[in-house]
Write a protein that binds this ligand. Structure first.
Ligand code: 13P
Ligand code: SF4
Length: 312
């Protein structure tokens, strides 16, 4: 069976929309109605009028879409497509942590479960994290969860001293400065671009730090011809499409391979995409009360982002 053709046929018949993250395999990105970063995907989900949202991404992203547009059926090709960052912050342990810092507000990175979102005052993504934190008074006591690398980066840029939850992304946290420095020596004309989930030592030597969309836009507008890319491999597809004349070198995870594929993002395949739309399963099912509590800090993030001009 040609899963791609069958999926597209079914998408039309069922009035469905396909949203995809940049870390999806190229063939899924190529047939998506919208490809974006976490912030873009969340915004897009709000406005969707079609009956079914097929979410080619990971669980917390599909969950966010459901929270923001609860009347729609949101299907995810593989329910096991989780996220190591979200997993690094179990709700019960986080509740105890929060109680220990009872005079702090909670800013959570969108890569967390709905239960963590419901315990947060505001959510942020890699696109708006600095601006969200800066929207609070300088002396506000803040817990930042779950990514300690992104949290440390925000602390550095804003001069704050947020208390950081000890979580990391297994894909970005293994990227080592040694491998990057070797690449820089071999390619002195290349600029290093990095996702803020990378270790502080990596971010220290980066020429540009930003979300997947921000990195992509940077490579389009910037005048260099070569980039060393410190993030997941999927983003290279759009970078090459946008700037076919430029060279992109993905940071290798060891000497023998460039295998920094997110194992969760890459669980989604064309076959699973077709099956989830055909069966309208697995779909995201959530408790209404949890959705309502998790929606508040996400809407607060969107309001602040609008106020500071990051989104319309
Ligand atoms: P972006 O929001 O920058 O696309 O990041 C999502 C993510 O999961 C990075 O690992
Ligand atoms: Fe989660 Fe890391 Fe995969 Fe992003 S790349 S979805 S943070 S495990």
């Amino acid at each position: 069976m040609n899963y791609k053709d069958e999926f597209l046929k079914l998408k039309k018949e069922k009035n469905a929309v396909l949203l995809a993250h940049y870390y999806q395999v190229s063939e899924i990105q190529d047939i998506a109605d919208y490809v974006g970063d976490s912030l873009g995907l969340a915004q897009k989900a709000i406005d969707i009028e079609s009956d079914i949202i097929v979410f080619a991404g990971v669980h917390f992203m599909a969950e966010t879409a459901k929270i923001l547009n609860p009347g729609k059926t949101v299907v995810l090709p593989d329910l096991n497509a989780g996220c190591s960052l979200a997993d690094s912050c179990p709700p019960n342990e986080f509740r105890t942590f929060k109680e220990k810092h009872h005079d702090h507000i909670v800013v959570s990175y969108v890569n967390c479960t709905a239960a963590i979102k419901a315990m947060s005052d505001v959510i942020c993504t890699s696109s708006n994290a600095v601006k969200i934190v800066e929207s609070f008074p300088r002396d506000e006591k803040i817990i930042f969860a779950p990514d300690k690398n992104l949290g440390a980066y925000i602390n550095k840029v804003t001069g704050r001293n947020m208390v950081l939850w000890d979580g990391t992304c297994e894909v970005h946290d293994i990227l080592e400065t040694e491998a990057i420095i070797d690449l820089k020596v071999e390619n002195p004309d290349a600029k290093l671009i990095a996702h803020p989930e990378c270790k502080p030592q990596v971010l220290e030597i980066a020429d540009f730090i930003g979300s997947t969309t921000a990195m992509l836009n940077f490579t389009v507008k910037d005048d260099a011809n070569k980039y060393i890319v410190a993030t997941e491999t999927g983003i290279l597809h759009q970078m090459k499409k946008e700037s076919p004349e430029k060279e992109f070198i993905i940071v290798p995870t060891d000497e023998t391979c460039s295998c920094n594929d997110c194992p969760y993002m890459k669980m989604n395949t064309m076959q699973k995409l077709y099956l989830c739309l055909k069966n309208e399963k697995p779909d995201i099912i959530m408790d209404k009360d949890l959705m309502d509590r998790a929606r508040k800090p996400i809407e607060r993030m969107l309001d602040i982002s609008r106020k500071v001009g990051l989104i319309k």
